[in-house]
Design a protein around this ligand. Structure first.
Ligand code: FEO
Length: 396
């Protein structure tokens, strides 16, 4: 990423990873990602806020050259994960006088994970301020966005908050403040929230309240876009972490010979007739990120699976495991399962949803090709979902 000026003596010096396909070997990155890192040149001291993934260290170094940074006093580590901390050892080699400024928990993690020494650190507490001369950086602890040590900082004079993963998006873009199409910004942020932040929504609610008491007009995360209009990202986050749900049913399914597919498509059509939105995803074709995004606000999830080896299809079982880990706010769940000689697919799926606060609606089990009685059972399932949504005021 070319150096970009944010405000007087505040620059973005991170790296764009245009072609990274996957993060944590789990989250697909259809639009790449970035590791945003920032330089603040105070009248007395210079600070680097977070570094970049080790694979992109050369790009960070080149940007520090471009800015002519000959002396670095501080490297602020908001979060220990290596996509932000991985270049710290190389930066310390280049600027041996620099100190890593972080909290005690993050220091412990960094000592475990990267090549740093005990005396490389300055440890700060919640509310402490780093004096750079004419600029001051205040630290605010925001644990569990998304590790227990995460914190943000507030550059008080310039009204910027640096939030690291919090409010991030996996989006490679040459425009630090995002592409012209706002929908791309929204989707990038929602994808990131769904797969990284959603399990921590109760923590996030509290952190947003804390952040709103600060005086700022710019949010600079360490992935994807920065925001000159902080209200945009704060408002969408408030919605995602709230208890508000969409009148929508997510139906992730897989079908081996077409019976499950026929059944869930019929269910989807019937729900639409009730005025309920549907997202019907064949999970062998659709990226997991699309499904995770639907989990953010959907009120109901219906898993569609054939029986395989006496249980659910392994791909649906894997998705149920992920949905349980992401802890979406859905209130209802059910299963449409196709079988021939029996098994325990329903128990298998429901047994994996322990983190979800869902009422399980009676599943529909179909022997072979769906028949008249099966379509009636699917009608009943659709009607029950309609009544449940109505009880929450989601549908007329
Ligand atoms: Fe972007 Fe949790 O690291």
């Amino acid at each position: 990423m070319a150096v970009q000026k944010l405000k007087e003596d505040v620059y973005s010096v991170g790296a764009i990873h245009w072609d990274r396909p996957v993060f944590d070997e789990l989250v697909e990155l259809p639009k790449g990602t970035s590791y945003n890192s920032y330089i603040i040149k105070g009248s007395e001291k210079t600070a680097l806020l977070d570094t970049v993934d080790p694979e992109k260290t050369y790009e960070l170094m080149r940007n520090l050259d471009t800015l002519g940074i000959e002396k670095l006093d501080y490297i602020v580590a908001h979060h220990a994960e290596q996509d932000h901390s991985g270049s710290i050892p190389d930066v310390l080699k280049r600027y041996p006088e620099a100190k890593v400024v972080t909290n005690a928990k993050c220091k412990g993690f960094l000592l475990d994970m990267i090549d740093v020494k005990e005396d490389d650190f300055i440890v700060v507490k919640d509310g402490d301020t780093l004096d750079l001369g004419n600029k001051h950086l205040k630290f605010i602890f925001t644990p569990w966005v998304h590790w227990p040590e995460t914190m943000i900082s507030h550059l008080e004079e310039d009204k910027i908050i640096f939030t690291c993963d919090f409010f991030g998006s996996h989006l490679a873009t040459s425009r630090l403040f995002g592409p012209k199409d706002e929908m791309l910004i929204y989707e990038g942020a929602k994808h990131y929230y769904a797969e990284i932040m959603m399990p921590f929504r109760n923590h996030i609610k509290k952190h947003i309240a804390k952040i709103e008491s600060l005086d700022f007009d710019m949010i600079c995360p360490s992935h994807g876009c920065a925001y000159k209009n902080p209200t945009f990202i704060i408002d969408v986050y408030k919605d995602w972490v709230s208890d508000r749900m969409d009148n929508e049913v997510l139906i992730p399914y897989i079908s081996m010979h077409g019976s499950t597919k026929k059944a869930v498509e019929y269910l989807g059509d019937t729900l639409m007739e009730y005025g309920i939105d549907v997202k019907l995803f064949n999970i062998s074709e659709v990226p997991v990120g699309e499904i995770a995004m639907a989990l953010v606000n959907d009120a109901t999830i219906v898993f569609g699976t054939p029986f395989v080896l006496a249980g659910a299809h392994p791909s649906i079982a894997s998705l149920a495991y992920l949905a349980n880990a992401l802890r979406p706010k859905a209130k209802f769940a059910s299963i449409v399962a196709s079988y021939e000689w029996g098994g325990k697919a329903v128990d298998h799926i429901t047994g994996m949803l322990g983190n979800l606060k869902v009422d399980i609606i009676d599943p529909v089990l179909i022997k072979g090709e769906p028949k008249e009685s099966d379509y009636k059972a699917l009608d009943k399932l659709a009607q029950t979902i309609y009544e449940k949504h109505k009880s929450l005021g989601l549908v007329e």
